[in-house]
Design a protein around this ligand. Structure first.
Ligand SMILES: [Zn+2]
Ligand SMILES: [Zn+2]
Length: 157
């Protein structure tokens, strides 16, 4: 199973190419007008704002809104889905929700469990992976390491 990681703090990834390191968001920014032009750092707010409705695009050519890039993690199989891959709304939501439960954002298309939005890359839960080791480098001239030495019969005369 491939481990999902995010190259941005917002747990966002492209719904088309699944990359998280190539996303541009169109933000609202105040600029101070100066003799040399406009300066975002000098503005009173010094801030920039964007939300789920802001335009966002990916280097692969996908263009949409921030909402398209948000991700949701299955609470059962830990798969990560973009919004367009989930089943929304969750079927039989009222029956499945315990009092005090966080309201899920959709249903996992893989296993049918509920999914919650990832708001921060740190929220991502990784499956404990004991087989973490990649294949060990193998030298091609070997192949004799595991020879089993059997005692030969008929040697007792
Ligand atoms: Zn992309
Ligand atoms: Zn699932």
């Amino acid at each position: 199973m491939t481990q999902q990681t995010f190259a941005n703090q917002f747990a966002m990834r492209c719904p088309q190419c699944l990359a998280s390191n190539n996303i541009d968001v169109t933000a609202h920014v105040d600029v101070r007008l100066t003799r040399s032009g406009s300066d975002a750092d000098a503005s009173r707010s010094g801030d920039h704002e964007w939300d789920a409705a802001s335009a966002a695009s990916c280097g692969c050519g996908f263009a949409g809104t921030v909402a398209d890039f948000l991700t949701y993690q299955c609470q059962n199989c830990l798969a990560v889905h973009n919004h367009d891959k989930m089943i929304v709304p969750v079927p039989d939501l009222e029956k499945r929700l315990e009092p005090g439960d966080r309201v899920p954002d959709g249903e996992c298309p893989a296993c049918g469990a509920v999914c919650h939005q990832l708001e921060d890359s740190d929220d991502l839960e990784q499956e404990a992976d004991e087989e973490d080791r990649e294949d060990t480098p193998d030298n091609d001239d070997g192949g004799v390491s595991d020879v089993e030495i059997k005692s030969l019969p008929g040697d007792d005369l």
